[in-house]
Design a protein around this ligand. Structure first.
Ligand code: NDP
Length: 351
């Protein structure tokens, strides 16, 4: 590469001041956000990640991650996210631990505000994730990573040979309970009412599984244990009877809340708040893309979120190129930049 071309690349990689216009701003710093940053920065897009004040997403509250490919021996959630972050930095992404409080997607460049400053970008990738809902019990947070979890796929393995409880009456609770029967000797499914809202087929599977005991009309009042979970204080909401249920694990499965409050009325979302995407990862606003749990109520895995972050960055890059916002001399892949403007019926053929 000649000196002039290298100087141009270096110039593009330099972090612009706050009032400069970025090619892409990524909101969020979980697997989706960081992967989008790795791809966008490596494609020489001027990339800013507004990470949120609590960086790293849901894996920061997970202990061992054993199902992320590439780590044969497993990896601690926070260590994995440190690695993601370092990789994004390596390619020149600017990372700021700030919460986005407001956005204006009505005109380009888009404007995003934090408490301190505003930032502008030609494209935005929303990777704000979803948060598991918790019960709000006195000792629930203290015993997280010590027996309290909101993800059976992530943590179920650690309960081999133990007795556990799942709270909830929706499809997630049914799925978590069924999944946990692979490891636990007994799974107690605790639901606050006497009917489930889960689909009939899932209810049937749960009822037919001899390892699952259903406790209707049951509320959890607290999690017991000093260093790890030893039981639950439960209440029969009909009889008023209180007792201790001796279990070593509590899986809270009362739903997830996508972090989309600041996009209400701006980006299309479903009744729960999950973002809708139309052309690949693009939302209803051209130039605004979504990746990860914020638009995925189904898989919710670090690896699927990372995959979506990659897709969103490639879509953003192609979209910017199609709009002539990026110098074609420095984009990484000269193919198909007009694809996002093709009629839907043509999209995906041969992709
Ligand atoms: P849901 O909102 O469907 O269910 C939440 C459950 O948690 C309800 O039973 C609710 O009780 C209970 N709950 C809520 N708050 C509390 C609380 N504070 N204390 C005790 N219990 C509480 O969430 P899901 O995550 O189960 O499902 C979300 C969506 O994703 C649904 O549309 C579901 O069908 C879908 N999904 C589909 C799957 C599949 O197809 N395989 C798998 C997982 C989810 P109550 O009923 O009394 O309100």
């Amino acid at each position: 590469m000649g000196e002039a071309a290298q100087a141009k690349l270096d110039g593009q990689r330099k972090a612009p001041a706050a009032q400069d216009i970025y090619d892409v701003i990524i909101i969020g710093s979980g697997p989706a956000g960081y992967t989008a940053a790795i791809y966008a920065a490596r494609a020489n897009l001027r990339t800013l990640v507004l990470q949120g004040e609590e960086t790293g997403g849901q894996l920061m509250i997970t202990s061992e991650v054993e199902n992320y490919p590439g780590f044969a021996e497993g990896v601690l959630g926070p260590d994995l996210m440190d690695t993601f972050e370092a990789q994004a930095k390596r390619f020149g992404a600017t990372l700021l631990p700030r919460n986005v409080t407001k956005v204006d997607f009505s005109a380009q460049p888009f404007t995003l505000w934090t408490d301190e400053e505003s930032y502008r970008a030609q494209a935005v990738i929303v990777a704000t994730g979803a948060s598991a809902k918790w019960l709000g019990l006195p000792n629930e947070q203290r015993l997280q990573k010590r027996g309290v979890s909101a993800c059976a796929t992530c943590d179920g393995f650690f309960f081999r040979g133990k007795e556990v409880a799942v709270v909830g009456g929706g499809d997630t609770a049914m799925e978590e309970a069924l999944f946990l029967t692979r490891y636990a000797t007994q799974v107690h499914l605790l639901h606050r009412r006497d009917t489930f809202r889960a689909s009939k087929i899932m209810q049937e599977r749960v009822r037919n599984n001899p390892k699952i005991t259903i406790h209707y009309n049951t509320a959890v009042e607290d999690v017991l244990g000093e260093d790890s979970v030893t039981g639950l204080a439960i209440l029969d909401v009909v009889t008023g009877e209180r007792q201790t249920l001796p279990v070593q694990g509590l899986f809270v499965a009362i739903g997830h809340q996508p972090n989309t409050d600041i996009f209400k009325g701006i980006l299309d979302m479903d009744a729960i708040g999950y973002l809708r995407t139309y052309k690949h990862t693009m939302t209803n606003v051209p130039g605004v893309f979504a990746a990860g749990d914020v638009d995925d109520a189904r898989y919710r895995q670090a690896v699927t979120a990372a995959g979506e972050g990659c897709r969103a960055a490639i879509d953003a890059e192609r979209w910017l190129e199609a709009r002539g916002e990026v110098d074609p001399a420095v984009v990484s892949d000269p193919r198909d930049y007009g694809e996002l403007h093709a009629p839907t019926s043509e999209i995906g053929v041969g992709a």
